[in-house]
Design a protein around this ligand. Structure first.
Ligand code: ATP
Length: 307
C-alpha cells in the first residue's frame, strides 16, 4: 500500500488566460495533517476542487491513494470527506435529521451512524434545535459530521475556521487532532493564516498567486522561525570550536557561506561576543535573527511580489 495519500505532478489550472494554479507538486503522506497556506486568491480552493474532482486540471496529474487519476472516480471520492463550499444543510431540520437525510442519500448503512457522528463532533447535546438557530461553529461541526459519514480516510477542509472566534478556533483544532489521532485520518486543511495552523499541521505548503513557494515540515518551519544569533567571524571553523568548548553548546549550525547560527545565548549576546573576541576572533557581524510565523510568511510572499 502506498505511503502517500496524495501526490500532484505539474498540476496546472487555467481560467481563460489566467493560471489559477501553476505547476503544483505537493506530497501528503498517510497520517499527516497538511496545512495549505495562501492569501486570498492564492489558489487554495482551486487546488482542493481539483483534488476532490469538483473541477478538472488543465494539465498535470493527481495521484490519490497510490493510484494515478485521469479523473477522480466515484470510488476514490468515497474515500475522501470534504468541506469545500458551505455544506448543504437543511435549515428547518435538526442536526440528526440533516445527518439522516445525508446518510440515506449516500447509502451509508446503520441508523446508529447518526448518533455516532454527532458524538464525534461534539453535537450530541443539541437535541431538536433547528440548524437555522445554530451558531457558525455548530454549523461547521455539523458540516464535518456530514463529511465523516462514510468513514473517509482523507479529510479535506477549505478554510474551516473562517469566521470562528478564538475559542471556536481552538476547539476546532482539538477536534481535528482527535480525528487524526483516533481515526487515523489524513487531513488537508487550508487557511490564509499560517499561525492558525501552526499548532495543528505536521507539514505545510505555502502557495501564492498559483505557485508553490515552499513545502516544508513543521520542524523545518520551526527551525526557520527559531530565534538565533547570526554571527560572522573571520574563521568560522574556529568560531564553531570555541562555541562548543567555551560556551558548552552544540546547538548551532555553520551555514555554507560560513555564517554561524547559534540557537542559545539569544538573551546573552555579551557573553558570546566577549568569548569570541577573547579567543582571538574578529566579529564581522552579530545580530539576533528569526521571524515570527507571520513575518516569515510575509517575507516569503513579499519576496515574490517584489521580484
Ligand atoms: P480565497 O481564500 O479568497 O478563497 P483561494 O486561495 O481559495 O482564495 P481560489 O478561489 O482558488 O483562491 O482562486 C484562485 C484564482 O483563480 C483567483 O484569481 C480567482 O479569481 C480565480 N478563479 C477561481 N475560480 C474561478 C472560476 N470559476 N473562473 C474564473 N476564475 C476563477
Amino acid at each position: 500500500m502506498s505511503e502517500y495519500v496524495l501526490r500532484t505532478f505539474h498540476l496546472t489550472k487555467k481560467y481563460q488566460r489566467d493560471k489559477a494554479l501553476d505547476d503544483i507538486a505537493i506530497t501528503i503522506k498517510k497520517g499527516e495533517i497538511y496545512g495549505l497556506i495562501g492569501q486570498n486568491g492564492a489558489g487554495k480552493s482551486t487546488l482542493l476542487r481539483l483534488i476532490t474532482g469538483l473541477a478538472f486540471p488543465t494539465s498535470g496529474s493527481i495521484e490519490l491513494f497510490g493510484q494515478m487519476q485521469s479523473y477522480v472516480s466515484r470510488e476514490v471520492q468515497k474515500r475522501i470527506g470534504a468541506i469545500i463550499e458551505q455544506p448543504a444543510l437543511f435549515p428547518n431540520m435538526s442536526a440528526s435529521e440533516n445527518l439522516e437525510v445525508h446518510r440515506l442519500q449516500k447509502g451509508v448503512p446503520g441508523k446508529g451512524k447518526v448518533g455516532e457522528m454527532l458524538e464525534l463532533v461534539g453535537l450530541d447535546h443539541v437535541g431538536k434545535k433547528k440548524v437555522k438557530h445554530f451558531s457558525l461553529g455548530m454549523k461547521q461541526r455539523l458540516g464535518l459530521a456530514l463529511a465523516l459519514l462514510s468513514d473517509p480516510e482523507f479529510l479535506i477542509l477549505d478554510e474551516p475556521t473562517n469566521g470562528l472566534d478564538p475559542i471556536g478556533i481552538v476547539e476546532w483544532r482539538e477536534l481535528i487532532k482527535k480525528l487524526n489521532r483516533e481515526k487515523g485520518l489524513t487531513v488537508l486543511i487550508s487557511s490564509h493564516i499560517l499561525s492558525e495552523l501552526h499548532q495543528l499541521a505536521t507539514s505545510f505548503a505555502i502557495i501564492h498567486k498559483g505557485k508553490l513557494l515552499e513545502e516544508l515540515t513543521a520542524k523545518e518551519l520551526d527551525d526557520k522561525c527559531k530565534q538565533h544569533l547570526y554571527i560572522k567571524v573571520d574563521d568560522p571553523k574556529k568560531g564553531a570550536a570555541i562555541i562548543e568548548r567555551q560556551l558548552a553548546t552544540t546547538d548551532y549550525e555553520v551555514m555554507p557561506d560560513g555564517m554561524i547560527k547559534l540557537f542559545r545565548y539569544v538573551d546573552d549576546v555579551r557573553t558570546v561576543s566577549q568569548t569570541l573576541t577573547q579567543n582571538g576572533l574578529i566579529i564581522e557581524h552579530l545580530s539576533i535573527n528569526g521571524d515570527s510565523l507571520e513575518g516569515y510568511f510575509s517575507k516569503l510572499v513579499g519576496g515574490i511580489d517584489g521580484e
